[in-house]
Design a protein around this ligand. Sequence first.
Ligand code: PLP
Ligand code: ZN
Length: 402
Amino acid sequence: MPYSALSHLGCPRCGARHDAGQVHGTCSCGSPLLARYDLRRIQVTPGDIAGRPADLWRYHELLPVREPGHVVSLGEGMTPLLAMPRLGRALGLPGLLMKDESPLPTGTFKARGAAVGISRAAELGVAAIAMPTNGNAGAAWSAYAARAGLRGLVVMPAAAPAITRAECAAAGAELYLVDGLIGDAGRLVSAAVPGRPGCQDVSTLREPYRVEGKKTMGLEIAEQLGWRLPGVIVCPAGGGVGLIGIYKALRELLELGWVRGDLPRLVAVQAAGCAPIVRAFGAGAASSEPWPDPRTVAFGITVPKPLGDFLILEALYATGGTAVAVTDEALLGEQRTVARLEGTVICPEGAACVAAARQLRASGWLSGPEEVVVLNTGTGLIYPQTLPGSPPVLPPCGPIPA
Ligand SMILES: Cc1ncc(COP(=O)(O)O)c(C=O)c1O
Ligand SMILES: [Zn+2]
């Protein structure tokens, strides 16, 4: 049995097949490409997987890296699926769980996409990667590029979380800020790449393997529940790679026969100040329109026109899911509530999912008893400006107020 069951790259829009042994960007029709596997050849069982190391490479047959020696790892994966009893009671959702991605290298779920994307790029002979980012993906890809000995070019909006700049620079990436949004950064990157031989543009969904790394969240949730699926999974959606990856994972698991029954209803959560998917979903549309003047503190989900919008929307329609917009005020409030009730400081994008769960319970879309998994995509420590804390300063010999 080969290490990976990768067979080819498929186009979800026009159906074209592409050779997975070559470096590819998007399909000639403009769509992202998705990795396809020969699932019938997979002989490994969930029982075999249980005995493997607790990282995302335990699912290597369902990942694209063909040689184990090409795996570039910082120990990513198998993050906790935490019961949230006190928060769940407060929300009227006793079955609430949180998939907590904050312990990952670089502090966000972007480490999953970077580990798999960089490993596969290096395996295919890529010497350098270039990407636009809202910050966290740049930090993760810079770290894994350094680990693999690849050069990295990163362009991010000047307003992206400051710590992510430092992370890119510390890992030796060539870093630029742009006075604009992620789309502006993307245009600068795509103009620069042709002049840099051996450099691959690894922008969101413009290469096929980042989504494979993100897919492992879906595999882990199923395994952590004993190869059973929850009723609902609530994901923040910017570029939508997390949601598209989870949907892809769950379908592959159904095809393998490792899980049965209905897929979880998938919920895409966006900020009220940048909600192109919510608007498209409300209109029953198959793709989104660019969101004018996007703004939110949940910086990772500031994506006014995701390239994979049609894939996000398909996942929502196919699972009976929905799309929800939440205000910055609501998500910042939930960030504090979660820290106080459960002790974990989550990122604004994760807090948006908690706000969405509260909204969906209030509207009756969630009825209460179902098992709901909210995704916390990273640690709140990346966004110190969103956290409370200006305690009184005491003189060294002064009393503590009674
Ligand atoms: C912390 C965090 N959460 C969520 C997202 C959204 O990612 P995606 O929509 O591609 O899954 C990002 C993207 O930058 C992020 O940094
Ligand atoms: Zn195509």
